[in-house]
Write a protein that binds this ligand. Structure first.
Ligand code: NDP
Ligand code: KPL
Length: 306
């Protein structure tokens, strides 16, 4: 299986690097500056235990793409989605599937419209990684799981084959026939945790220790759960269990990639992760006052960045 990883960022670099280490046939689609760096110096991954591995990788730019990849793993931020879809399109042939690992849901519509349902999978990634100033991948919490599954009943590449390409590569790889449910579950969890920590500008433990903090967190989760339920994807018991743990957590410094971006003056995926939940709530007649507040907050932040 020929694999193209689009975006050698915190997620793509981490999972793509592990796939290379496992001997898979992987190219990274990156922009010219990053291509030069990667091809010359390789990709660094620093693990939670502090050890760093340097991995030799093959970086390509959009003009070098040919339509003979089997699997395209898409791991850009939502605000880079449109550009990335244009750039990766030449890599998608009649027997290629695109598997996105963005948080949220809306990118599925964009990809299905462009490539057709049979060539798009859904995907979820669980990982806590950041980019350092030299483009190295830094693991800030121990996780490492990919979940993936077809959107249609007749994908051009079957789930077994996709799983064969991703399994046993140093992270948990989980195929599923219920990928939309998995994506909603992750979205409920991530959007709630992200909205709480971004609005309060603090990790979850500190929020919950404040007077009214835990009730505020519970209110945010309740809104996301109500939207998901109205959309036909009531969260699984597993996700409800995670939510209960987060709501009562007064110790941990847990936050999200969105909070990291907000506190490091990076662009945030507020529209894709929070705004879209508000929009779907409105369509479904589910009130989301706390999420609306978070959306406005993040929009003001984004506008100030220009
Ligand atoms: N980081 C995390 O812990 C987690 C992140 N996620 C989700 O995963 C998704 C990706 O996030 P993350 O990896 O952190 O983001 P990063 O910003 O670290 O990486 C995105 C990468 O995409 C590259 N990129 C953007 N557009 C293109 C393009 N047209 N061609 C080639 N490369 C491109 C960027 O390259 P350049 O440097 O050239 O701009 C950048 O390196 C997001 O939706 C996020 O919410 C999910 C779980 C955990
Ligand atoms: C919650 C978490 C860490 C899980 O992967 C995540 O998705 C994010 O921070 O974007």
């Amino acid at each position: 299986m020929r694999i193209l990883v689009v975006g050698a960022g915190a997620v793509g670099g981490y999972f793509g690097g592990r796939l290379v280490q496992a001997g898979r046939d992987v190219d990274f689609l990156v922009r010219p500056a990053r291509a030069e760096l990667l091809n010359e110096h390789g990709l660094n991954i620093r693990s939670v235990d502090g050890s760093t591995e340097n991995i030799r990788v093959r970086a390509v730019t959009k003009d070098q793409l040919t339509a003979d990849y089997d699997l395209v793993l898409l791991s850009v931020k939502s605000y880079g989605l449109e550009g990335a879809v244009e750039d990766l399109a030449p890599a998608v042939g009649p027997r290629t599937v695109v598997v996105p690992f963005l948080n949220g849901m809306r990118h599925l519509d964009v990809l299905v419209e462009r490539f057709g349902e049979d060539r798009v999978y859904g995907g979820v990634c669980m990982v806590m990684t950041r980019l350092d100033e030299r483009g190295g991948i830094v693991e800030v919490g121990k996780m490492g799981e990919l979940v993936y599954g077809p959107l249609s009943d007749s994908p051009v590449i079957g789930l077994d084959q996709v799983h064969g390409a991703l399994e046993e590569a140093g992270f948990t790889a989980r195929p599923t026939k219920e990928i939309r449910q998995e994506m909603w579950d992750k979205w409920v969890f991530l959007a709630s945790l992200g909205a709480v920590t971004c609005l309060m500008r603090a990790p979850i433990g500190r929020v919950n220790r404040a007077p009214g903090g835990s009730e505020f967190s519970a209110g945010m989760f309740a809104e996301a759960i109500a939207v998901a339920t109205a959309a036909g994807y009531p969260p699984s018991d597993r996700i409800r269990g995670f939510a209960d743990k987060v709501i009562s957590d007064t110790e941990r410094e847990t936050s999200t990639s969105m909070y990291w971006d907000l506190t490091h003056d990076n662009p945030v995926e507020g529209d894709h992760i929070v705004g879209d939940l508000v929009a779907r709530g409105r369509e479904l007649g589910v009130p989301t006052p706390l999420f609306s507040l978070a959306r406005t907050h993040l929009s003001v932040y984004s506008a100030a960045r220009g």
